[in-house]
Design a protein. Structure first.
Length: 157
């Protein structure tokens, strides 16, 4: 495999490599593997300002990595609802490092009331963010997009 024709993203290079020498059953698990890789917490990330608890006044500020918020939210959504979060992104104010909005993309299941699911996802997202950052979102937007609908469990369990 020539590196000059390979995309720079390691995930896509891995996909191309695996497609060139497929293993039996890869097609059946590819979506779950890619989803797991995308939701795996990684070091670094962007710090998000959290509210200091009222019982702990002080001059310091608390920051939480966006990876922590993203992975916690993805786990919570997978455990509560018949869906598979495929992408979670944040709108941030780079100057103040505060959260301005959350975008959740997910795969749903046939037969699920997708509007009701999206409403539940919004409520849960606000609760997870409030738990980790305080009322950082307040009444800010939580956008939910269903990008795919599958038969059965979107996680393939």
């Amino acid at each position: 495999m020539s590196t000059s024709s390979s995309p720079p993203d390691p995930l896509f290079r891995a996909i191309e490599f695996l497609r060139a020498a497929p293993e039996p059953g890869w097609d059946a698990i590819a979506g779950r593997v890619i989803s797991s890789v995308r939701t795996t917490a990684r070091p670094g990330g962007h710090p998000l300002a959290a509210q200091t608890p009222p019982a702990m006044p002080g001059a310091g500020r608390i920051f939480v990595s966006d990876h922590v918020v993203r992975s916690t939210l993805a786990i919570e959504l997978r455990q509560r609802y018949l869906c598979a979060p495929t992408r979670i992104t944040f709108e941030m104010d780079d100057r103040t490092r505060t959260l301005r909005g959350v975008n959740v993309e997910l795969t749903g299941s046939y037969g699920t009331d997708l509007r009701e699911l999206a409403d539940h996802i919004r409520v849960t997202t606000l609760a997870v963010v409030a738990d980790l950052l305080g009322d950082a979102l307040d009444q800010r937007p939580v956008d939910v997009t269903v990008t795919d609908v599958v038969t059965g469990d979107p996680l393939g369990a």
